[in-house]
Ligand binder design. Structure first.
Ligand SMILES: [Zn+2]
Length: 342
């Protein structure tokens, strides 16, 4: 068992210091406490509160900007950003990279350069690519990837008629990839498609993010947001060990109902909600439990890849029953010109 006697448990907030829920103005109630098991950056425990009305989860008191910076290891990049990591050389990441290219070729009716085996696998996994445009642009073709890291996805999507830009607070700067604050960097154009994958749960003020997305979308443009959904089976089973909490880097966790309310607040119409194939989700929860209880070390990327494959049927099962750790919510900017003219 892990010795928690040295851990620093935060005081629970006085009732008069608890803010109102930013989504529905409901009251936050203490829900659970946990610490950073995955990166091991902090031994301190953090208190997570839950809105009594819409079940929005939030770390309270809100960490300061400097504290948030300290939550991230120096080599931190978004978890899907394989190119930014040394393990890119591993078999697992090379395979995933090729598989993603083949799946995109399949969606865009482009002749794939890969062999028959990969083409067959890509057909099986064709719906696993979400939070991504899988058809040709209809408008300007401008695409913005918020949280682009090294520009991994904008490089891929640029091959399919999309004029891609990326923005991230850290990452690799290029003419397509801006390093800066999404809320402050001025953009010269609006976008037909905005992709926000695994970002909204990390930011200090998600309200302002959604407002900015609404401002930057073209009429009839779409925003695809992928984020953990606390309204899923694995949260009920694993509770504080649930990978979607990722304490303390996830400052808040939405569910498939309250995120819709936030979109509505900023004139965005939710047109689709779905479960994202969260490969490795179940094994990650088990790993967090074992690491917290017994201090087991992180496995080698190839061992991890093998474990992910073993648990993949369960992750597929969760997706089919809308119980994946991550959800994708698709919202559209209504064309008010049509409304006023009709
Ligand atoms: Zn609420």
């Amino acid at each position: 068992m892990t010795d928690v006697s040295n851990h620093n448990y935060p005081e629970k907030l006085d009732l008069d210091k608890i803010p109102k829920c930013p989504i529905c103005s409901g009251c936050f109630l203490y829900h659970l406490s946990f610490h950073d098991v995955i990166a091991g950056q902090h031994k301190s425990y953090f208190n997570i509160y839950r809105c009594g009305s819409c079940y929005f989860l939030k770390i309270l008191p809100e960490p300061t900007f400097d504290e948030i910076v300290s939550f991230y290891p120096e080599d931190y990049y978004s978890h899907q950003d394989y190119e930014a990591k040394e393990e890119t050389t591993s078999f697992a990441h090379k395979f995933i990279d090729k598989l993603q290219n083949t799946i995109l070729d399949l969606h865009y009716n482009k002749k794939p350069s890969s062999g028959l085996f990969l083409r067959s696998i890509s057909w099986l996994f064709r719906n696993s690519i979400s939070c991504m445009p899988v058809k040709q642009p209809k408008g300007s073709g401008m695409l913005l990837d918020v949280g682009s890291g090294s520009g991994y996805w904008i490089e891929k999507l640029s091959r399919y008629s999309w004029n891609c830009k990326g923005i991230d607070i850290i990452g690799k700067k290029s003419d397509k990839n801006i390093i800066g604050d999404f809320l402050k960097v001025p953009f010269e154009t609006k976008f037909e498609y905005i992709r926000v994958h695994g970002v909204i749960e990390h930011v200090i003020d998600p309200d302002k993010y959604i407002m900015r997305i609404s401002e930057l979308l073209e009429e009839n443009g779409e925003c695809h947001i992928s984020t953990p959904n606390s309204n899923c089976l694995s949260f009920k089973i694993f509770k504080k060990y649930w990978i979607g909490l990722d304490v303390p880097r996830h400052l808040q966790v939405f569910n498939d109902q309250n995120l819709v309310l936030l979109f509505k607040k900023y004139n965005l119409e939710v047109i689709r909600r779905s479960s994202e194939l969260s490969s490795g989700a179940f094994i990650s929860c088990i790993y967090i439990y074992l690491r917290d209880k017994f201090g087991i070390a992180p496995p080698h990327p190839n061992v991890w890849f093998f474990l992910v494959i073993m648990f993949l049927p369960l992750d597929f099962f969760m997706k089919w029953f809308n119980q994946s750790v991550n959800m994708v919510v698709v919202a559209k900017k209504p064309d008010n010109r049509q409304t006023t003219s009709s």
